[in-house]
Design a protein around this ligand. Sequence first.
Ligand code: KG4
Ligand code: ZN
Length: 338
Amino acid sequence: MLAIETSCDETAAAVVASGPRLLSNVIRSQDELHAPFGGVVPEIAARAHLQTLVPVIERALESAGTRWEQVDGVAVTRGPGLVGCLLVGVNVAQAIAWARKLPVVGVSHLAAHVFAALLEEPELRPPVLGLVVSGGHSDLVRWQEDGSIAVIGRTRDDAAGEAFDKGARILGLPFPGGPAIDRLATAGDPRAVAFPRPRAPGLDFSFSGVKTALLYEVRKRAALSEQERADLAASYQEAIVDALLQRVEAALFPSPVGEGGSGWGPSPTLVIGGGVARNRRLREAAQQRFGSQARLVIPAPELCTDNAAMIGAAGLIEWDRRGPDPAPFDADPGLGFA
Ligand code: KG4
Ligand code: ZN
C-alpha cells in the first residue's frame, strides 16, 4: 500500500506491506521554511506540499523497490490538519487511485499516531491504552476490542507539543520548540524550579498554568544565564512529562478497580505516539514508571513525528475493518480518531 501524509508541515510518503511491514518511509520536513515565522504558515505549507509531494511519492516507491503495478491501494490522511495541506494529499491520492483504478482509504492522522506502534509490534491488539501527544493534540485513548478508538481524556487548553513550542519561545529558543527544549534540558537540573504539576478533572490535561508559571520565572530574572535557561528548560520539561504520565497511570491502574478489573486485561498495553513521544525524558520516564507493569510501545523517533508509514499502518487496519472509501471524499480538517 502507498501511503501519503500532508496534514501539516511534513510532506511524506511510504510503502507499507501487509503485516504491517515498512518498505520505505520518505519525509520532507518544511521546518526551514517556517522557522523564520516561529510557527507553521498554512499557505506556505500547502504550496510546499504541492511542489514536493509527487517527487516524494516517487522516491518512496523507488526506495521500496516497488513498481506502480505492484501498488494495490492508497492510504491518505483525511484529517485532522490544515485544510489547504490536507487537500493536496487527498486530491493527489484520489487522482492516483482514479488513474490506476486502485482503492483508496482515508484515515485519521490521530489514530495513525497510535497505529504507528504496529510497525514495531505487528501483533498488538486491543485493548490498548494510547497517549497521543502532538503539536495539536494531547489525548488519552482506548483502542477498543471492536477496532474503534475512544477518547477517555483530552487537554482543556494547550496540547503538550504546543506547551513545548510556547515554552521554547518564552525561553528564546528556536522553532520547533520541542526538540530545542529536549536538547537544552540535558544540561539543566529538572529540580531547579518546582513548576506546578498541571491538573484538570478526571483524565484530562491542562498546560496553560505551567506555561504561565514559566513566563513569570523568566520575567523575574533580568537576564538568563545559559545555566538558568537550561535549568528552566529541564524543570519545565519535567513538569509536562510528569503531568502526562500521572494521567497515564490513573487510566492504567484505576482506583478503585471496577468490576471485571482495570479493563486492560491481565497485562496492560500502553502505546505513546505523536511528535512529543520523541522527547527523550518522556521515553525514559515512561520506561521507568511503567516498564515493569505494562507492555510499553513507543515507536522509533522517526515514527513518532509526522510520517506516512503510520498512515500506511492505519490504512491497512481500516481496510480490514471497513474496506476502502467510496471516492470521491473530502478532506476533513476537524476529524477525530474515527
Ligand atoms: O505529531 P507531530 O509531528 O505533528 C502534529 O501532528 O502536531 O508533532 C509535532 C510536535 C511539535 O509541537 C514539536 O515541538 C513536538 O512535537 N516535538 C517534541 C520533540 N520533537 C517534536 N516535543 C518534545 N520533545 C521532542 N524531542
Ligand atoms: Zn501528528
